[in-house]
Design a protein around this ligand. Structure first.
Ligand SMILES: Nc1nc2c(ncn2[C@@H]2O[C@H](COP(=O)(O)OP(=O)(O)OP(=O)(O)O)[C@@H](O)[C@H]2O)c(=O)[nH]1
Ligand SMILES: [Mg+2]
Length: 247
C-alpha cells in the first residue's frame, strides 16, 4: 500500500477523539487490520468496531460474532440499520460534547457508505470498486459529531489476494489468480456458491467453477469452461452481496 495512504491514516488517528474501524460482517476477523489497531492503541484513542453489511448475514450468525470486541455495533450502512445505536455509542465512548470520529479499515468495507448513513446524506462518495476513496474528507453528521473519511488500507507488505478477495478489498478485475480466490470462496462457503448459481455441489472448487461456467454460458473456444472470466464473475457477485452468506 502506498506510503501516502499510511500518512493519511496516521493523520486521521491524530486528529480524532474516537476511531471507528469498519469490518465486514461476513468475515469479521479477516477484515480486522491489526496494524491500524496497533497504531490506534499506541495513540491511546478509543476504538469502536462497526460490523458493517449486516444485512448480508443472518441474525443468529451475527449473535455468535458478538464476542471479544469491546465496543462493537452491527450496522447496515445500506439499510440504515444500527446508526442510532452507533451514534449513542460514539458519544458515550468519547465523553465529550463535540466529537471528531476517524473512520478507517480495509478497502471497500463501507467506510464512505457508513459516513453517509450517519450524516443522512450522500456526502462521501462510495463505490463497489475497492480503493475508491483517495484523500481525506470531513463530513458533519450533526452538531456534535464530525467524521473523517479516509482511504482503505491494507497492512504494509500484506500480499494475500485470496483474503483480499474474500473481504472485498481487491476488485476481481485487478486479480492475478482469480481462480484460486474463487475456489477458496466456494470451499469456504460450503455449497452456498453452487446454490446461488443453481448447480450441483461438486467434488472441489475447480469443478464447481467449471459447472458454473457452463450454467451461465461462459465458455472459451472449443466449448471449455472459461475459468478466468467465471471466477471473476463469482468474486464480483460475492463482493457485491448477490451471493448470500447463509441459507
Ligand atoms: N449490502 C451492503 N453493502 C454495503 C454496505 N455498506 C457499503 N456497502 C457496499 O460496499 C461497497 C463499498 O462501499 P464504500 O462505502 O465505497 O466502501 P469504502 O470502505 O469507503 O471503500 P474504499 O473507499 O474503496 O476504501 C459499495 O458497493 C457499497 O454499496 C452495507 O451495509 N450493506
Ligand atoms: Mg471510501
Amino acid at each position: 500500500m502506498a506510503r501516502v495512504f499510511w500518512n493519511d491514516v496516521k493523520r486521521v488517528i491524530a486528529e480524532s477523539d474516537v476511531i471507528i474501524e469498519v469490518l465486514d460482517s461476513r468475515f469479521v476477523d479477516l477484515s480486522r487490520n491489526s496494524e491500524i489497531e496497533k497504531k490506534i492503541e499506541a495513540a491511546g484513542k478509543p476504538i469502536i468496531f462497526v460490523i458493517n453489511k449486516c444485512d448480508l448475514v443472518e441474525k443468529d450468525v451475527l449473535d455468535r460474532k458478538k464476542k471479544k470486541l469491546k465496543h462493537s455495533v452491527f450496522v447496515s450502512s445500506k439499510g440504515h440499520l444500527g446508526t442510532t445505536i452507533l451514534r449513542d455509542k460514539i458519544l458515550s465512548v468519547a465523553k465529550k460534547d463535540k466529537v471528531v470520529v476517524g473512520v478507517v479499515g480495509y478497502p471497500n468495507t463501507g467506510k464512505s457508505s457508513l459516513i453517509n448513513a450517519l450524516a443522512g446524506k450522500a456526502k462521501a462518495k462510495a463505490s463497489s470498486v475497492s480503493g475508491y476513496t483517495k484523500g481525506f474528507q470531513y463530513v458533519k453528521a450533526d452538531n456534535r459529531i464530525k467524521l473523517i473519511d479516509s482511504p482503505g488500507v491494507i497492512p504494509f507488505r500484506e500480499d494475500d489476494e485470496i483474503k483480499h478477495a474474500l473481504i472485498g478489498s481487491k476488485s476481481p478485475e485487478k486479480m492475478k489468480e482469480p481462480d484460486l480466490a474463487a475456489m477458496n470462496l466456494i470451499e469456504e462457503l460450503g455449497g452456498l456458491v453452487e446454490l446461488h448459481y443453481d448447480v450441483e455441489i461438486q467434488r472441489d472448487g475447480y469443478e464447481a467453477i467449471e459447472a458454473i461456467a457452463k450454467k451461465i454460458g461462459r465458455l472459451a473456444k472449443g466449448g471449455e469452461a472459461d475459468i478466468d472470466t467465471t471466477s471473476r464473475i463469482i468474486l464480483k457477485d460475492w463482493q457485491t452481496g448477490r451471493i448470500k452468506h447463509s441459507k
